[in-house]
Design a protein around this ligand. Structure first.
Ligand code: PEP
Length: 253
């Protein structure tokens, strides 16, 4: 009952020509396929060019980050209203690289989420535990905390505008994906936590898995009942790999 959603996070890779080519190849090969939702997240400077390339296609566009204010003296930051103006429908907030490499707090992530929703964007909120936290048996405590803090002040009516991405920090860019069982356990936990807050609306909440997703491991992850898609980093930079992941998310006919 939940349409699977596959998103490609291009991180700080590509250049203008490569970004247009990659988006064009993904969109061209996907054609009018709507049984799976697909979005790409290029670096900020390439958003308008990729928006142009994707116009009239089924592939949606998002930004990898945004700030929590509409405008002002915030040198180097990008407002979610600017992101929307550049042609995006989506933005990622709380990616582990933002949390751990740039010190973003749960408080800031919550403010970004509010601003992005106010700007009319849909939001992928990323959550995930470190290796150390998992080894100490703290995975659910960390996920619960990140979810509760991330969603402070969010009403149930906004849930359709929100996607969660469970991304264990130890699996991102390491080649070490979570096992399907580990992913299912975390996703089921997040859904039940969302249910305790939003009721049955949580049954429609899309929860993506992210962390070293590849064509070889995606099928078993997507087979899990609470895994509703994938947030893909490295493998989204090659159209054939990304499309193989998208195809694995198509419903069985
Ligand atoms: C990501 O950037 O969100 C990610 C999951 O990266 P990778 O697929 O490379 O692990």
């Amino acid at each position: 009952m939940r349409t699977k959603f596959v998103a490609g996070n291009w991180k700080m890779y590509t250049n203008a020509a490569r970004a247009r080519d990659l988006a064009g190849e993904v969109a061209g090969k996907l054609g009018s396929e709507k049984r799976v939702a697909v979005a790409v997240f290029p670096p900020f400077p390439y958003l308008p060019a990729v928006a142009e390339t994707l116009r009239g296609t089924v592939v949606m566009l998002g930004a990898q980050n945004c700030y929590c204010e509409k405008e002002g003296a915030f040198t180097g930051e990008v407002s979610p209203w600017m992101v929307a103006d550049a042609g995006c429908q989506w933005v990622i907030v709380g990616h582990s690289e933002r949390r751990h490499k740039f010190g973003e707090s749960d408080f800031l992530i919550n403010r970004k989420l509010h601003a992005a929703l106010e700007a009319g964007l849909r939001v992928i909120l990323c959550l995930g535990e470190t290796r150390e936290e998992r080894d100490k048996g703290q995975t659910e405590r960390v996920l619960g905390w990140q979810l509760d803090c991330g969603l402070v002040g969010i009403e149930g009516g906004l849930l359709p505008h929100l996607v969660l991405a469970y991304e264990p920090v130890w699996a991102i860019g390491t080649g070490l994906n979570a096992t399907p069982e580990q992913a299912q356990q975390a996703h089921a936990f997040l859904r039940s936590r969302a249910r305790s807050r939003f009721g049955n609306a949580a049954d429609r909440l899309i929860i993506q898995y992210g962390g070293s997703v590849k064509p070889e491991n995606v099928a078993s992850l997507l087979h899990q009942p609470d895994v509703d898609g994938a947030l893909v980093g490295g493998a989204s930079l090659q159209a054939d790999l990304f499309l193989a992941i998208v195809r694995a998310a198509l419903p069985a006919t």
